[in-house]
Design a protein around this ligand. Structure first.
Ligand SMILES: C[S@@+](CC[C@H](N)C(=O)[O-])C[C@H]1O[C@@H](n2cnc3c(N)ncnc32)[C@H](O)[C@@H]1O
Length: 242
């Protein structure tokens, strides 16, 4: 986690994840997340309050504010350089966002004046936490949501065994061939060992899809479903009880 407090590291991540050409899957899943939020808010009056866990530099929050009329975003992150970039990036949306420095594993509504929230999102953020930390985070999100609130989790998931790794390779080879002309590379390692090493070296600790769904239910969500999974990237939705 300390890596996010390093300004150069945070800036490099933001630079390579802001624009479309760096990851077609990130872009597609962010667009899907926006469609899901739009559908969720369709029957309710604005303001549509969204909690963004691990908001980083506000790249995703800006899209929510841009594309969802009547939305307001509360972004939480515990990296000062990320929050500084977010403040800059979100300046054009003054009055529609707030930022808080907090650890999302131990978030409370008292620390977030605009809650409870009709929706929450966590984009490529909670895989930074230990399994216990992820479970605490999901319980925090659930507590911050209004009855019937929707949580959209877009995150990396863990490949659970060497036995299934060749199937991921087959998928990555197809995607890499499809995106080669644009210079995109989706594949992550040629062997399971190499793949696991790269995940660990990045400091990532993703849970498997099954674990994430189980943890969401344990955290008190009444429904949890994976709506879009491509290789190790998933969009999972969960609904808080009414
Ligand atoms: C990979 S970046 C993603 C940023 C943003 N969601 C996006 O997709 O552009 C992960 C972010 O999660 C934040 N983060 C990781 N663990 C956190 C924690 N326990 N509490 C708060 N923020 C955390 C990091 O500081 C970083 O800004």
């Amino acid at each position: 986690m300390e890596q996010w407090n390093d300004e150069a590291f945070a800036r490099a991540w933001v630079e390579s994840n802001t624009n479309y050409p760096h990851s077609p899957l990130r872009e597609e899943q962010m667009d899907l997340m926006l469609d899901i939020l739009r559908a969720h808010f369709a029957a309710t009056p604005a303001p549509h309050r969204v909690l963004d866990l691990g908001c980083g530099a506000g790249i995703v929050a800006a899209r929510v504010l841009d594309r969802i009329a009547g939305s307001a975003v509360a972004g939480v992150d515990n990296s000062p350089p990320m929050l500084a970039m977010a403040r800059e990036h979100l300046a054009p949306y003054a009055g529609r966002f707030e930022l808080a420095r907090a650890d999302f594993e131990t978030l409370t509504l008292e620390g977030l004046p605009s809650g409870p929230f009709a929706a929450a999102i966590a984009i490529q953020a909670i895989h930074n936490s230990s399994d216990e930390g992820k479970r605490r985070t999901l319980a925090s999100v659930r507590a911050a949501l209004a009855p019937g609130g929707l949580f959209v989790l877009c995150d990396r998931i863990r490949i659970t065994s060497a036995a299934v790794f060749p199937s991921y390779l087959a998928l990555w080879d197809r995607l890499d061939a499809r995106y080669a002309a644009q210079g995109w590379q989706v594949g992550e390692g040629r062997t399971f060992v190499e793949h696991e090493r790269s995940v660990t070296e990045r400091g990532d600790k993703p849970g498997s899809l099954e674990q994430n769904l189980l943890w969401l239910r344990e955290a008190g969500f009444v429904e949890a479903a994976a709506v879009h999974v491509v290789g190790v990237r998933a969009v999972v939705v969960a609904v808080a009880p009414r």
